[in-house]
Design a protein around this ligand. Structure first.
Ligand code: ZN
Length: 495
């Protein structure tokens, strides 16, 4: 067997292990009974470890090296192997026991987060989180090279975005948007606020989910919308990308936007060139680019006046009783209502980046050894008050409302970066397409095709910065985000 045959055989094995781990973890998050979640985690970890065992072996690594040095392979195979080689070169610096230990700890921390949400007793979760932070610091110490500490983590999530980049990005957002936010918060509400108390039948909400999936071209041939506390998307391969949402009678719009968000992620995965499926070039180019796609549909399309004009008759028809007293304006201004409230995922577009900045600052302090896990809650509340003038009354609506920290750090800032990238993409898309007209017609197909051509098809075969450059002709530029937000909210509030 030559080196390439060996590689292909190992790939088959790796794909199968990854497939098994993915399916089990999706099951664990959606339908697995509570009492069996630990067991479910154990089994999915078992497969992840089998995968890591092969990938981190000398045999696999040197075989990659052999192919790259001695064989003439096609361009795509070479790209796949090179990408794996670079990743493995990093992983191999970390002791395998540490990686395995971290897999187990992450699984345990996730379960303890869910349990803490119910009991409001976060002590076990915090103890796990403390271990996780220490373990992460240790892991990062093996990877320090071009970057140190928290920058290693940020670079892992987003190639070459460091604290210096995020600091200047966030400073720009603060200086440009804070004055606007202050003004907006003083303005009277433009909608009938009783809409907040309307209860929406869950079965009808499910019909709306179906309708939205249809409009976005996300069919049950390739996907599913299951239910979880924290909605997410799991891209198994180019034929199977699963999403979740959360239903609550009081939160129709939360479900609507959660579906648009996750289906945005799903479309990205589904439109990647299938030759990359289940390889190192599959999946999105980066976390931020992935978030740019979900937030594009959630906000730039979903919360636009034009799309609401399209959706309004559908909503009125579906929720005849519930919405009988509410006009188009009530809905449009309600879903774009700017307010200081606790929950990040419920935040309007204007306050959203500040929810992210708070989490970024906490992570930075943690990894720069300025605070410890036990200080997170106080520090979070203090920062929350600085930005929003309100203080969370418990950790469920405060520092630990999100599941993210139970599996690691460095992800939050990519949400804000993703939002900014989506505005830059929209600016350039509008040069090719009449996005407003298409949104008003509910005809999203040309928009989805544009994204396929300019962003999705490449998968992870290009880096984030390369995709942005290809799609827009320029580098990442946060000015489009600032302009988009200013323009939108000045219009809404007549400022
Ligand atoms: Zn997302």
């Amino acid at each position: 067997m030559n080196a390439l045959e060996k590689y292909n055989r190992a790939q088959e094995q790796l794909k199968n292990y990854r497939y098994a781990a993915n399916i089990i973890s999706f099951d664990e998050a959606t339908v697995c009974p509570k009492k069996d979640k630990r067991r479910s985690n154990e089994v999915s970890n078992y497969f992840s470890k089998l995968e890591l065992d092969i990938k981190s072996s000398d045999e696999y690594f040197y075989n990659l090296e052999k192919i790259l040095n001695t064989l003439n392979v096609d361009e795509i195979t070479e790209k796949k192997i090179k990408k794996e080689y670079i990743e493995l070169e990093k992983i191999r610096r970390i002791p395998k026991e540490l990686l395995f230990e971290e897999y187990d700890l992450i699984a345990e921390t996730g379960v303890s987060w869910e349990e803490a949400r119910e009991s409001l007793d976060y002590s076990i979760f915090e103890a796990n989180l403390d271990k996780l932070v220490k373990m992460e610091k240790k892991r990062l110490s093996y990877l320090e090279n071009k970057y140190k500490g928290y920058d290693v983590l940020l670079d892992e999530m987003e190639d070459d975005f460091t604290q210096a980049d995020y600091d200047s990005f966030f400073e720009l957002l603060e200086s440009e948007l804070m004055p606007l936010l202050d003004k907006v918060l003083k303005m009277p509400k433009k909608y009938n606020e009783s809409i907040k108390n309307v209860k929406f039948d869950i079965d009808k909400q499910k019909k709306l989910t179906k309708k939205i999936c249809e409009i976005m071209g996300y069919t049950d041939e390739v996907g599913v919308v299951a239910e979880t506390i924290h909605p997410f998307t799991n891209g198994i391969n180019s034929n199977d990308v699963r999403t979740t949402t959360r239903y609550d009678e009081s939160l129709l719009f939360s479900n609507l936007y959660s579906v648009m968000h996750e289906v945005g992620h799903a479309l990205y995965e589904l439109q990647i060139n299938p030759i990359f499926s289940e390889t190192s070039l599959g999946g999105g180019a980066s976390c931020a680019l992935h978030e740019s796609q979900s937030r594009f549909f959630e906000n730039l399309i979903g919360r636009s006046k034009e799309f609401i004009l399209f959706l309004y008759p559908i909503l009125k028809d579906l929720f005849k009783e519930e919405l009988k007293d509410y006009t188009f304006d009530d809905i449009y201004y309600y879903i774009n209502d700017v307010s200081n409230q606790f929950i990040r995922t419920e935040a309007d577009e204007l306050t959203y980046p500040f929810h992210i900045i708070i989490r970024y600052k906490i992570e930075k302090m943690l990894f720069n050894n300025e605070i410890e896990v036990k200080d997170i809650s106080d520090k979070f509340n203090e920062l929350f008050y600085d930005y929003f003038k309100i203080k969370p009354s418990n950790k469920k609506e405060g520092c630990f409302q999100d599941v993210h920290w139970s599996s690691g750090f460095g992800y939050f800032p990519t949400y804000a970066l993703g939002s900014a990238i989506s505005s830059e993409l929209l600016y350039y898309m509008e040069k090719d397409l009449d996005v407003k007209k298409l949104s008003k017609e509910g005809n999203l197909a040309p928009i989805i095709s544009w994204l396929k051509e300019h962003v999705h098809q490449y998968g992870a075969s290009l880096k984030n910065k390369e995709v942005i450059k290809k799609a827009t002709g320029e580098d990442f530029n946060p000015k489009y985000y600032v302009e988009y937000l200013k323009d939108k909210f000045k219009k809404i509030y007549n400022l």
